[in-house]
Design a protein around this ligand. Structure first.
Ligand SMILES: Nc1nc2c(c(=O)[nH]1)N[C@H]1C(S)=C(S)[C@@H](COP(=O)(O)OP(=O)(O)OC[C@H]3O[C@@H](n4cnc5c(=O)[nH]c(N)nc54)[C@H](O)[C@@H]3O)O[C@H]1N2
Ligand SMILES: Nc1nc2c(c(=O)[nH]1)N[C@H]1C(S)=C(S)[C@@H](COP(=O)(O)OP(=O)(O)OC[C@H]3O[C@@H](n4cnc5c(=O)[nH]c(N)nc54)[C@H](O)[C@@H]3O)O[C@H]1N2
Ligand code: SF4
Ligand code: SF4
Ligand code: SF4
Ligand SMILES: [Mo]
Length: 904
């Protein structure tokens, strides 16, 4: 600790604290302008200048560290004069003149330059403003840079470099002048800018802004704190509302994002809410026209209840099934599964985790006892982490705010191992990139463990005290010599050895993985292999370690936690367990079947066979997102009765007998659970459109009309019911989440009582299942390998700017402007031999279907391998993908199928 005085008051602070920090601690306010905590402390504006006894010149408080015995004065005449002069100069650079004044500026009223000038009492520029106007750069769909208003404080540069870690913005020297090189001109697309807007959020003036900022003034709006509706990072943001319309977003300081947002959260999270294409009234298929026609809620709900009841009576409850929406709240999902179990009477209920991280739930439960991310994002990207191993995960595009924090960890010195068949962005920063053949993860990780065991890099004490099954496992991996694995995975044996050494010898090293591991016919085995690596070298139950699936949808963790799965009631309590059933039967007043229901991916097969006849789809678009679309359509057409509850008339909804308009996250109260098991609040910011109704209201109405007396409960009351039945949620309530104690950090389950603080790191001291279990899964090739007829291996995935079937992101024009149509990435060698040019149209065919799309020729994939996103309907990859399913939990093999390419 260092003791100093600020304006005569003594204060003690840790070494390394700045004068500004010490003054704040002492309760002394020093005005600042260019300073932004954690983002920028270049000291360029000199507004924070202070006097230090014994030093000739003034020093900038924001970046000068304290020293023992320092005497700081913040209000002497010399300081005040200097501060006013500095601000006067800044105001001159700000270029206010007859064509350019505060009234016309987007930030008028929320400008930090205005604020600090008022505080310091500066009203005039020191020098006359330059008359010459520089052009405004506004080629980017979301962002604009007006150099005339720029005060060269460099906060934007700091935000891009140290916050977004994207290094797109630069401060350059032109002679004596500093200039900001902001790439928002006509050729902005050629830069690495991700349009995240972190720079605009940091700019204190109206120089670098979101264009939409021009449309409102700060005094006209109110803000609602909520959770991003896209990916499972769970960024906290404010929806900015004027006159009942969302006009903007602002980042909040949530535990996972700490002030950051990506382009989808910042700019893609509200246009869909107020899109004119939203469903506003129930639709019922007319027996006369065969078309979906508007209907009243009574007509629609009575029909739904009558048809489902008839199917139940004639074919039994298991002829019904329901799919839950992982984009919606925990409270919605809980009630949906309750509808399936209490009104339908079936365990045929599932959610999109089936096609996504179902293998994580199953594989981690089998090896560790709990199917969730073991450590928080801040922990696995902290400065203490030595090595990050990223397997089949592209966080810069799919979990961008986690990606920013991974980039930061790597820039701070963490080593990075990327295990991915493609040159994802992070591969360029990797110390080792194992560009393995898709579908070979189990061989890779068996090889890793082989090397760890062979070279004595294992943690014997951890293995002995905390795991079981090691001897059998070690015997199995003995066959996976680096040379054999290198051949299977098409990587170098030396790289494999190097990766094993790097990972095993690190003190803190998390495995972060995603769909490159799960979406395979051997996905669950792939996940168990991730556990094997961590168990072998004792990297579990400790900070900065663990096995960390980045979950996909904003609330897919929650959808699984809430029991929208065929074998589990809420909190992974097994339907097969008589005690569990007895508890729920007593609470719900119904009998629950002991047999697990069908997996979602089995339901369309069952429909074709005639065993499932009625289906309720809540917020999923399988006709775009399930593998082998032709098969999905056959299943859907075979159903007697299909109900879709969505925000939009999706491809799937177009096949429905009844379409029900639900409401979006911005129109409801509730909670989402992010990938860190963190339950966070979702809050109503605006009214819902037309006659759209809360999804919970819809489910309760159907339940009642089918004869189950479900009371109308508020989302807070539903959470209380969840807590009363689910030990791991027992301490969670809306009241507690809104309380000052918890607000802003949420609660990470397990949270077993009202005083339980939640659980940031799992498996500390003991695994949820007792001992960690090694898996002895051996490598099995993917279900469909390339052959003479279909010689290329196709793998599919995501890009930054669009989300799944684009139901939501396609309503934002700026995102569509950046990219809005399908493409396939082909290796240059394959393209050359097929006569395919970059940008040319190509036909892609598999045994299941054929599409035409645009070729992107590069070296991103290996020869013999192609990659495409599945977002775009103009060439949807899912006409091609195969519905071969994971043998344990029925996840489809989206990541491998065989195709052929030809010039179209
Ligand atoms: N922008 C955006 N973000 C999203 C989504 C979105 O649609 N758009 N969707 C959300 C959802 S639902 C999910 S589940 C997540 C998914 O997030 P991710 O899983 O990160 O995304 P993907 O692009 O599907 O696949 C990740 C990587 O797996 C690699 N891969 C393919 N096959 C293999 C293999 O056999 N082995 C290995 N090691 N790697 C392989 C691919 O090359 C790819 O880089 O993203 C979420 N976030
Ligand atoms: N080829 C290929 N295909 C894939 C994948 C892949 O990697 N490759 N990934 C798979 C994965 S991981 C996933 S998760 C699936 C995703 O597949 P889906 O779940 O089918 O895709 P989404 O586009 O997220 O669909 C969500 C729907 O919910 C609606 N919705 C959102 N919020 C609400 C709400 O509050 N209430 C109501 N009623 N509706 C709401 C939206 O309008 C949208 O139509 O796609 C899978 N498909
Ligand atoms: S939008 Fe994001 S990536 Fe682009 S310049 Fe700004 S901070 Fe950098
Ligand atoms: S654009 Fe804004 S943040 Fe960047 S240097 Fe100019 S005034 Fe500062
Ligand atoms: S990283 Fe995910 S949660 Fe965060 S703003 Fe982007 S899409 Fe939303
Ligand atoms: Mo997903």
């Amino acid at each position: 600790m260092i003791t100093l005085t600020v304006d005569g008051s003594p204060v003690s602070v840790p070494a390394g604290t700045t004068i500004l920090g010490a003054a704040r601690r002492a309760g002394v306010r020093i005005p600042t302008l260019c300073f932004l905590k954690g983002v920028s402390d270049v000291g360029s504006c000199r507004v924070c200048s202070v006097e230090v006894a014994g030093r000739p010149g003034l020093v900038t408080a924001c970046n000068t560290p304290v020293e023992q015995g320092m005497q700081v004065s913040t209000g002497t005449q010399r300081v005040v004069d200097a501060r006013r002069a500095a601000l006067g100069l800044t105001l001159s650079a700000h270029g206010l003149n007859s064509t350019n004044f505060c009234f016309s500026c987007a930030r008028n009223g929320s400008c930090e330059l205005q604020d600090v000038c008022r505080e310091v009492g500066v009203t005039e520029p020191l020098l006359p403003a330059e008359p010459k106007r520089k052009p405004v750069l506004d080629g980017n769909p979301f962002l604009a840079y007006d150099p005339n208003l720029c005060i060269l404080c460099q906060r934007c540069v700091g935000a891009c470099n140290s916050f977004a870690r994207n290094h797109t913005l630069k401060a350059a020297k032109r002679g004596l002048r500093t200039t900001i090189e902001a790439p928002f001109g006509p050729d902005w697309k050629a830069t690495s800018c991700e349009s995240c807007g972190c720079c605009a959020a940091a700019c204190p003036t109206g120089a670098l802004t979101l264009k939409r900022r021009r449309e409102y003034r700060s005094w006209e709006v109110r803000k609602t704190l909520t959770t991003c509706p896209h990916c499972a990072v769970g960024c906290q943001l404010n929806l900015v509302v004027r006159d009942g319309r969302i006009v903007d977003t602002e980042p909040a300081f949530g535990p996972a994002n700490r002030g950051r947002l990506c382009v989808k959260g910042r700019s893609g999270s509200f246009d869909f809410v107020q899109s004119p294409e939203r469903l506003t009234t129930p639709l019922v298929r007319s027996s006369e026209t065969g078309q979906l026609e508007p209907a009243t809620w009574d007509e629609a709900l009575d029909l739904v209840a009558r048809r489902f009841s008839e199917i139940k009576r004639d074919f039994g409850p298991d002829a019904l099934a329901a799919f839950a929406c992982s984009r919606s709240t925990n409270e919605d999902v809980y009630l949906l599964q309750k509808m399936a179990r209490c009104a339908f009477g079936t365990n045929n209920v599932d959610n999109c985790a089936r096609v996504c991280h179902g293998p994580s739930v199953a594989g981690l439960a089998a090896t560790l006892g709990s199917g969730a991310m073991t450590n928080p994002i801040a922990d696995i990207t902290s400065p203490d982490v030595d090595v990050i191993m990223l397997v089949g995960s592209n966080p810069e595009e799919a979990h961008p705010v986690a990606g920013m924090q991974i980039r930061a960890a790597v820039e701070r010195g963490a080593k990075l191992i990327v295990v991915d068949p493609r040159d994802i962005g992070l591969a360029a920063q990797a110390d080792l990139h194992l560009k393995l053949r898709p579908g070979t993860n189990v061989a890779f990780s068996n090889g890793m463990c082989h090397v760890m065991i062979e070279e004595g890099l294992l943690d014997r004490e951890f293995i002995d005290s905390r795991t079981e099954g090691f001897e059998e496992f070690a015997a199995m991996v003995a066959d996976y010599t680096p040379e054999r694995v290198a051949e299977i995975c098409r990587i170098s044996a030396d790289d494999l050895r190097a990766a094993a050494r790097l990972y095993a010898t690190a003190r803190q090293a998390p495995i972060i993985y995603c769909l490159g591991v799960t979406e395979h016919s051997t996905g669950t085995e792939g996940v168990m292999s991730m556990s094997n690596m961590a168990l072998t070298c004792g990297k579990l139950g400790r900070p900065g370690c663990g096995v960390n699936p980045l979950r996909g949808q904003n609330n897919v963790q929650g959808a699984c936690d809430m029991g929208a799965t065929p074998a589990d009631l809420p909190g992974y309590q097994k339907v097969a367990d008589p005690e569990v059933r007895a508890k729920f039967e007593a609470a719900w007043g119904v009998k629950i079947k002991p047999e697990p229901g069908l997996f979602a991916t089995q339901v369309f097969h069952a429909a074709v066979e005639g065993t499932v006849r009625g289906l309720f789809i809540f917020g999923e678009d399988q006709v775009r997102t399930d593998p082998d679309i032709s098969h999905v359509i056959r299943g859907i057409e075979a159903l007697d009765f299909l109900v879709v509850d969505d925000l939009f008339l999706t491809e799937t909804a177009a096949y429905a007998d009844v379409v029900l308009p639900g409401i979006s996250y911005a129109e409801k109260e509730g909670t989402f659970t992010n990938t860190e098991r963190r339950v966070q609040r979702v809050r109503r910011a605006v009214a819902s459109p037309g006659d759209a109704r809360p999804d919970t209201w819809i489910f309760a109405e159907i339940m009642r009309r089918m004869g189950y007396a479900q009371p109308d409960l508020t989302p807070a009351e539903i959470m209380d019911e969840i807590a009363s039945l689910t030990p791991s949620f027992a301490g969670i309530s809306h009241a507690r989440l809104d309380s000052p104690e918890v607000a802003g950090r949420g609660l990470q389950w397990p949270c077993t009582g009202p005083d339980h603080p939640g659980t940031p790191i799992m498996h500390v001291g003991k695994f949820t299942r007792g001992r960690g279990a090694f898996s002895t899964a051996t490598y099995k090739p993917a279900a469909e390998l390339p052959d003479a007829e279909y010689p290329l291996m196709l793998t599919t995935g995501r890009i930054l700017y669009h989300y799944n079937a684009c139901a939501m992101t396609s309503r934002t024009d700026g995102l569509n402007e950046i990219v809005s149509s399908s493409f396939v990435e082909v290796n240059a060698a394959d393209a050359a031999s097929l006569g395919i040019d970059d940008g040319g149209r190509v036909r892609v065919e598999s045994r299941r279907g054929s599409i035409v799309t645009t070729a992107r020729v590069s070296g991103k994939t290996n020869p013999g391998e192609a990659w495409m996103p599945f977002h775009f309907q103009d060439g949807n990859a899912n006409w091609l993908t195969i519905d071969s399913l994971d043998s344990i939990c029925a996840c489809p093999e989206y990541k491998v199928c065989a195709v052929r390419l030809s010039k179209a």
